[in-house]
Design a binder for this molecule. Sequence first.
Ligand code: ARG
Length: 390
Amino acid sequence: MKIVLAYSGGLDTTVSIRWLKETFNADVITVTVDVGQKDNFEDIEKRAYIAGAIKHYTIDAKKEFADNFISYAIKMNGLYEDVYPLSTALARPLIAEKVVEVAKKEGAEAVAHGSTSKGNDQVRFDLAVKALYPDVKIIAPARIWNMTREKEIEFAKARGIPIKSESSKYSIDENLWGRSIEGDDISDPSKEVPEDAFEWTKKKNNGKITLSIEFEKGIPIAINNEKMDLVKIIQVLNEVVGSYGFGRVEHIENRVVGFKSREVYEVPAALVLINSHKDLEKTVYSPLEFRFKKYIDSQWSDLVYQGLWFEPLRETIQLAGDNLNKWVIGEVKVEIEGNGMRILGRTSRYSPYSEKIASYNKGWYPSDEMARGFIEIYGMHSLLTRQVRE
Ligand code: ARG
């Protein structure tokens, strides 16, 4: 039997290679998808072979991740329960897609992934694979083998399989859009998150920094007037604003799999981009568009979080999102200080804002008669309803 495994290089998936090989007498092919995690892909490949893989693929999908997934996370202000930018959730369907491509090419009977039975990621992987390759078998070793983390380490050591040293403490998932940290002391929600959980947002710079971000049809295209592609913009922002200590999210999260969990994220670029994008949307949309967009944003975020990337409604929502984002063109100035962000100002040629109309000092004032007439008719519904209830 041939099995294609989504391989991160971490403890669970490294042990999975050997476990699959021993349990199913299988040829295991590993696929590591580069979605922007700061890993050494040569070391990962070596580890795959030592653990028993017969063939390994490293696939650079950073551009695809940015252009087809993150771009929508920005356009749809993707935040689960208002705070989590969906970094892990967004990459899963893409990783599954790459694994399926290899499985088809290699003629494999099964695909495998390292998710456990407690997490959301298993739902995202399984549903993506079922959508793209309904006939293939799905094996999730960690759902079957009943090993604790210590047992896994023992299993690896007994077979001379090297594991990453930091594997033992937190469960980390990293990509271009963010770093998710779970486990160990984080699991006690009454305690402050230990400083050693953080990596991208260690404070190296005090003081504040001002940035201008330019958007074209909802997508960021330049920082401080310097044009860059989306991958670069995200990398630069993570690096720069992360060094001021910005980008930490601490969350009591409602998982798909029926329980609450304490989650920590480092998402500097995601927060800067989504918050500035939201501001620009508010600047250009009509009030009805703005209210409608808020509703579809949260629907989109829920679908992505819940592993329903391939639910047809997502595309319909995105079509509406694309149409609205046609007008999200302009520039937003922001200031970052520590873990705080402030919008300093924004400009857009599609902004209906008129200083002449809004200002108290000059210009437009409706007449007393116009104002009275407007208020009378505007409030009539409420006043009549009140009256009949008195
Ligand atoms: N709770 C987040 C989510 O469901 C993060 C999951 C992190 N995954 C991991 N394997 N450490 O999207």
